[in-house]
Design a protein around this ligand. Structure first.
Ligand code: GAZ
Length: 264
């Protein structure tokens, strides 16, 4: 009997689990079941989760339920010990765990920035995002000044952060946000580039992120509908590949379902 992962394919928290399993050579050991975020959760799933809606959720072969991506990562790391992704040395694992603790603020800042609808707040949000990258830069300089990754290879911290580096393609597209070429960001830039290129982390593409997250850029998260729209940018049909690139100028335009190619 397999473990089952109920997930939203484009969700960063579930990509972490796919990356970890890919690194461990165990991707096929877990049965990934796709849930459509644009529809109400099915009753059978709500019964399993006691009414909570956030995903990913994992079901053990005996029916017990676990959730929270960081918890699930640790659980999968424990039940598939053959190819560890986390550092085995207690000090080194503590270091990567300290970096993991920075993921919440990093994530929140990026989503606040993309979801912002007030042009007068753009500068402040840009600076906040840069401050987050500067913290990662300082951490890497302290613990891995000359390396590429935090340790020798793509590992625990990289598994946790890479899905956000990929989601933040939406900041490049909708906010024209890039890291400046100054020393304050050099180390984190090197890290980010290596993370983005790693073969175990290729579950999503820039085009998929930019198209699916249009509604986030217009202020609507988690598959909710914007005024005047019948369809969420997170719908599975029509497939994102067939849809046009959305307008970049989120502050002055609101694309219709038709303009987004959501009517096929
Ligand atoms: N802490 C959980 C974990 O597993 O690590 C977070 C899981 C989660 O937020 N899942 C989202 C979900 O299922 C999908 S991915 N939402 C539907 C629901 O009913 O709750 C959302 C944010 C955010 C950052 C990212 C995301 C996101 O705020 O990508 O706010 C809602 C959702 C900073």
């Amino acid at each position: 009997m397999k473990h089952t992962m109920y997930h939203i394919p484009v969700c960063p928290f579930s990509q972490r689990l796919e990356i970890l399993l890919t690194l461990k050579g165990c991707r096929d050991q877990v049965d990934f079941q796709v849930i459509d975020i644009t529809k109400p959760r099915p009753d059978w799933l709500l019964a399993k989760t006691h009414g909570t809606t956030s995903l990913p959720v994992m079901e053990l072969p005996d029916g017990r339920i676990l959730k929270e991506s960081l918890v699930l990562l640790q659980y999968l790391e424990s039940i598939y010990p053959a190819r560890p992704v986390a550092q085995q040395d207690p000090y080194k694992h503590a270091v990567e765990s300290m970096m993991a603790r920075m993921e919440g603020d990093f994530c929140n800042q990026g989503y606040r920035f993309v979801m912002n609808q007030n042009p007068t707040r753009q500068q402040e949000l840009r600076e906040g995002m840069l401050a987050q990258y500067a913290k990662l830069n300082d951490f890497l300089l302290a613990h891995s000044p000359d390396g590429t990754y935090l340790f020798d290879d793509f590992g625990w911290a990289e598994t946790i952060f890479t899905p956000f580096f990929m989601r933040f393609w939406f900041l490049d597209y909708y906010e024209d946000f890039q890291l400046p070429d100054t020393p304050s960001y050099q180390r984190v830039k090197k890290w980010q580039a290596a993370c983005l290129a790693h073969p175990a982390a290729q579950q999503v593409t820039r085009e998929e992120i930019v198209k699916n997250y249009y509604d986030y850029a217009k202020g609507a998260g988690n598959g909710t509908l914007l005024p005047g729209r019948q369809k969420s940018s997170f719908v599975f049909e029509p497939h994102w590949k067939t849809r046009p690139w959305p307008p970049k100028d989120k502050y002055n335009t609101s694309a219709t379902d038709d303009e987004l190619g959501l009517n096929g």
